[in-house]
Design a protein around this ligand. Structure first.
Ligand code: IMP
Ligand code: MG
Length: 179
């Protein structure tokens, strides 16, 4: 498997494009079943989830309203800072809506716990999370995300929307940092 370099770091392929696409199709089938007859509001968490959201949404057999939020808890490095700022908020109210948050990766879970509470406070009927990746070893909450494509160990990953210092997002596969 070929290694790639981004800025000062070397990464190796970890999840292939084919593997990612197959799991997204599986996940979409599950979401199509679970939300049949409902009108969910998809809340995509920028920047990392933009590619996953685009691929997942095109497998859905309903016509979802899709909104974007941008929160900041990370500051360009490879470790979470624990800070939370809303850089882009919802453009319509989630009141009464069945919200499906779409994320690239759940790490400690702090970002999503904060967002889930915020949506419930604003009157959402239900809030579930669909994440491409779930770093379960770092997770700090009792309830795991309702939907995820891959459970991964605590390695730093890039590609398919995920960045290292804002680079690597357009890679079709996912790569992990070489030790
Ligand atoms: P949490 O609040 O600790 O769950 O942080 C989640 C956010 O941290 C994700 O939405 C990503 O933006 C970022 N993040 C966590 N792990 C990684 C990684 O391995 N690569 C790139 N970004 C990551
Ligand atoms: Mg993210």
């Amino acid at each position: 498997m070929k290694d790639i370099r981004i800025l000062d770091k070397v990464f190796e392929e970890y999840l292939s494009e084919e593997n990612i696409q197959a799991r997204i199709a599986d996940l979409a089938r599950q979401i199509n079943r679970d939300y049949a007859g409902k009108d969910p509001l998809i809340v995509s968490v920028l920047n990392g989830a933009f590619i996953f959201t685009a691929d997942l949404a095109r497998h859905l057999n309903f016509d979802p309203e899709i909104q974007f939020v941008r929160l900041s808890s990370y500051h360009g490095g490879t470790k979470s800072s624990g800070q939370m700022r809303v850089l882009l908020d919802l453009s319509n109210s989630p009141e009464g809506r069945d919200v499906l948050i779409v994320e690239d990766i759940v790490d400690t879970g702090r970002t999503l716990d904060w967002l889930r509470r915020d949506l419930m406070v604003k009157g959402a009927n239900s809030v579930k999370i669909a994440s491409l990746l779930f770093k379960h070893e770092m997770y700090q909450f009792p309830e795991p995300p309702e939907y995820f494509c891959f459970k991964i160990p605590n390695a730093f990953v890039v590609g398919y929307g995920l960045d290292y210092a804002e680079r690597g997002r357009n890679l079709r596969a996912i790569y992990s940092l070489k030790p």
